[in-house]
Design a protein around this ligand. Sequence first.
Ligand code: FES
Length: 104
Amino acid sequence: MKQKLLVANVSDIDRRGSRKLKVGDVDIAIFRMTDGSILAVENKCPHKGGQLSEGMVCGTAVHCPLHDWKIDLRNGRVHEPDEGCVKTFPTEIDEQNGAIYVTV
Ligand code: FES
């Protein structure tokens, strides 16, 4: 069953910064992009499980901190020449108070 969870406030996350959280047994990384949008993906690199929340955001991708695979945060796809995909989660920002919701 899907749940919409209040996870943070935009003021808690710097641009190009991230937060991590755990919902049940799923680890999630939440990123604030340079344009202010919020994107959420599974916090586990498809290569060898690096924590993407520790990676550097560049454009719309995060660079895995372990071996520098690049993962597009909009669709979870790994950039070529590497292959793979991480799960993405829908996000919403309440424009009134900056609350961030993730649907898991
Ligand atoms: S674990 Fe992410 S690139 Fe190797």
